[in-house]
Design a protein around this ligand. Structure first.
Ligand code: ASP
Ligand code: MG
Length: 402
């Protein structure tokens, strides 16, 4: 008997028909003799609708109350799904995060799971019940409800799989798996049969909207074998697992992230400690900096530019403006008209010339590169937002055309 953890996203349970469809899939696996634990998201746009409702009443509501509200979305779907399974004649129980023993830290709105106390879960499984758990939520040491951040149900599922030592964690969504790039913007995009944890982690962090990046982090840490597949058909999905030596692809995926803004500090004093001053100030304000570029100084001045998430632009500018006298930049410029385009692939580690090939693709497409950053398995460039789709296509053609 295997233990399978499944996760169904909001589109997979958006209405009664889809809930019944999911119930049938679950009971099929159960009837084949497996134990099944399921994490579910809120139906369709429920979480967005709840956020809108809160804004109507108090745009500055406390994060604790926001979590209290948002956690209700998942509570609706677990009970409905359990009712659907009852109708199909199988034993089932739905559990909220706290009933399932999901303990988190206290960071409301983006809590991290610390432990899962599996006693209740094990008891239900011992009684051969299908267990439906509310994704995205847990409880902190003050017995308050917390949520794990948007898209967090993936992480709930992987955490349950890790805690229970499940044989497989299947993430069901409305696409067939992980694609080489967004098929909506690139016709040549194709589904990958497998991908390594590290590659998936980069793709998830770089704006490929398939998996919550913390779920991949956790799957890697606890060696949880996971797959991403569609709840609407029976196609094989994409397996996310430890890397196989033979299957190292040079480039596995291309991503685009429009959610970035660039700030340039021009004419900063060319002296030791300047970058430290600037970035420490920004880090202390809880703002994450992504790409960084510093020009060669001439002994008098230099330029430092960097990117932040678009939502952090105003706060960062305000902070820099307030500390103008310390930073002593001649001018501070900013734009949010930029996108980050990246390639990811474990095969890059042992191959030279990958960056050159990427830049050649951009050059042939007459796209100007504003910033560059590289790591062992990824290369990112910053381009004008209007060029981003074109850039993705040009790069995908270069590395991944079939
Ligand atoms: N319902 C939550 C959201 O919309 C969590 C999830 O779907 O994973 O972000
Ligand atoms: Mg999701």
């Amino acid at each position: 008997m295997a233990l399978i953890v499944q996760k169904y996203g909001g589109t997979s349970v958006k209405d009664a028909e889809r809930v019944m469809n999911v119930a049938r899939r679950i009971t099929d696996v159960y009837k084949a003799g497996n134990n099944v634990v399921v994490a579910v998201s809120a139906q369709g746009d429920t979480t967005d609708d709840l956020i809108a409702k809160a804004k109507e009443i108090n745009p500055d509501a406390s994060k604790r109350e926001m979590d209290m509200l948002l956690s209700t979305g998942e509570q609706i779907s677990i009970s409905l799904l359990a009712m659907a399974i009852e109708k199909l004649g199988c034993p089932v129980v739905s559990l909220t995060g706290w009933q399932a023993g999901v303990k988190t830290d206290s960071k409301y709105g983006s809590a991290r799971i610390k432990t899962i106390d599996t006693e209740r879960l094990m008891m239900e499984l011992d009684n051969r019940r299908i267990v439906i758990v509310a994704g995205f939520q847990g409880i902190n040491k003050y017995d308050n409800i917390t949520t794990l951040g948007r898209g967090g149900s993936d992480t709930s599922a992987v955490a349950l799989a890790a805690a229970l030592g499940a044989d497989l964690c299947e993430i069901y969504t409305d696409v067939d798996g992980v694609y080489t790039t967004d098929p909506r913007i690139c016709k040549g995009a194709f589904k990958l049969d497998e991908i390594s944890y590290d590659e998936m982690l980069e793709l998830a962090s770089l704006g490929a909207n398939v998996l919550h990046n913390r779920s991949v982090e956790m799957a890697k840490k606890y060696n949880v074998k996971m797959s991403v597949r569609s709840s609407l058909n029976n196609n094989e999905g994409t397996y996310v697992k430890e890397e196989s030596q033979v299957e190292k692809m040079l480039v596995r995926g291309v991503t685009r992230d429009n959610d970035c803004a660039r700030i340039a500090l021009c004419g900063v004093e060319d002296a030791p400690g300047k970058a430290f001053q600037v970035f420490e100030m920004i880090a202390k304000a809880g703002i994450s900096v992504d790409l960084i570029l510093q020009s060669i100084g001439d002994g008098k001045t230099k330029d430092i530019s960097f990117t932040v998430a678009e939502g952090d632009l105003d706060a960062t500018l305000e902070l820099l403006e307030k500390n103008k006298s310390i930073i002593k930049a001649r001018e501070i410029k900013s734009t949010s008209d930029v996108s980050k385009v990246s390639i990811v692939g474990a095969g890059m580690v042992n191959n030279s010339g990958v960056a050159a090939k990427m830049f050649e693709a951009l050059s042939d497409a007459h796209i100007n590169i504003k910033m560059i950053a590289t790591s062992e398995i990824k290369i990112s460039v910053l381009v004008a937002q209007k060029d981003a789709e074109h850039a993705v296509n040009a790069i995908h053609d270069k590395f991944l055309s079939k």
